[in-house]
Design a protein around this ligand. Structure first.
Ligand SMILES: *Cc1c(COP(=O)(O)O)cnc(C)c1O
Length: 305
């Protein structure tokens, strides 16, 4: 259960949690066209809090809105300020931020025309998305019977609400079968991503991640690519198949919610030694240090409250 906080930012105003309601004819509720972001705020070693890569997340929110043809009635600066202010108001030193742009009520049907575009920003406390154990020991994954979106069926570069029905189906199936997360293949059968995380594999020191064809361009993915390159590790953005993953030395997921989560098993096959490998652990440590403002090198990613 999401822990209730004091306030929510809605259409430019701070209102009480219990008052953040919408009408049942809210267009997005019926047809799924809305866009959102997921952002994390970290408590730093010096007691300050910082929002990780806030600008990139808000830029992506506006890009998603552009793709989805939703005109956000606020500037990126207003949204960024509101993200910080709502954390302060709720007294959250660490937490998750969820901006959501949606179509309000007015006309029904699939041509919403002039219905209002509404924006909310909600914050809550959120620990390790796939569990603290997954973060330490690794997670167990099953290749999904559901395929990731074809790029001309849904637009995969945007965090569009309705796109996540596919994720919910895949996640449910994986959990019901006793796994933690679903691995999704693209429409050509190549590895794409998980239900809300990007994927990396390591084999003989070479790191691979799928190219930005059908996948969401993760900001964590981008951070990890930067960290890997800065460490002088060899990385290629290249398509690969599920069987290549089975024989990988290491596999890990990246995402704002999942952070850097090692994968220890895929389709009942242990990955490497069946526990997080050295590159995964090193990348995870560096990522968390960067996110907590401990690394001067990555201070550009850190935006203090
Ligand atoms: C949000 C998301 C990710 C991860 O992106 P981050 O920017 O790292 O949070 C990966 N895949 C999908 C489908 C997503 O929705």
């Amino acid at each position: 259960m999401v822990q209730k906080v004091d306030s929510i930012w809605m259409d430019g105003e701070f209102i009480r949690w219990d008052e953040a309601k919408v009408h049942i004819l809210t267009h997005t509720l019926h047809y799924g066209l809305g866009v959102f972001e997921g952002i994390r705020c970290y408590l730093c070693h010096d007691g300050r809090s910082e929002v990780f890569r806030l600008k990139e997340h808000i830029d992506r929110l506006f890009d998603s809105a552009l793709i989805a043809e939703l005109e956000i009635p606020f500037s990126p600066e207003e949204i960024m300020d509101a993200c910080k202010e709502i954390l302060r108001l709720n007294g959250l030193k660490e937490g998750y931020i969820r901006p959501l742009v949606f179509i309000g009520d007015g006309v029904m049907g699939v041509h919403p025309q002039d219905n209002p575009i509404r924006v909310v920003i909600v914050t809550w406390e959120w620990g390790a998305y796939l569990g603290e154990e997954a973060l330490q020991q690794g997670t167990r994954v099953k290749t999904s019977s559901y395929t990731r979106h074809h790029v001309n069926v849904m637009m995969t570069k945007a965090k569009i609400c309705g796109n996540y029905v596919n994720s919910v189906f895949a996640k449910r199936e994986a959990v019901r079968l006793g796994y933690d997360e679903a691995l999704m293949l693209d429409t050509d059968g190549y590895v794409s991503e998980a239900t809300g995380e990007n994927i990396f594999m390591v084999k003989n020191g070479l790191i691979k991640t799928p190219p930005l064809s059908s996948i969401l361009a993760g900001i964590t993915r981008d951070s990890i690519i930067t960290i890997l390159k800065d460490k002088g590790l060899e990385l290629v953005e290249q398509r690969f198949t599920r069987d290549e993953l089975y024989t990988a030395d290491e596999v890990f997921f990246t995402g704002t919610a999942a952070e850097v989560t090692p994968v220890r098993e895929i389709d009942d096959r242990a990955i490497g030694a069946g526990r997080p490998g050295p590159i995964t652990k090193e990348i995870q440590t560096t990522f968390f240090r960067a996110a907590r403002g401990e690394l001067e090198q990555y201070s550009r990613w850190v935006s203090y409250l």
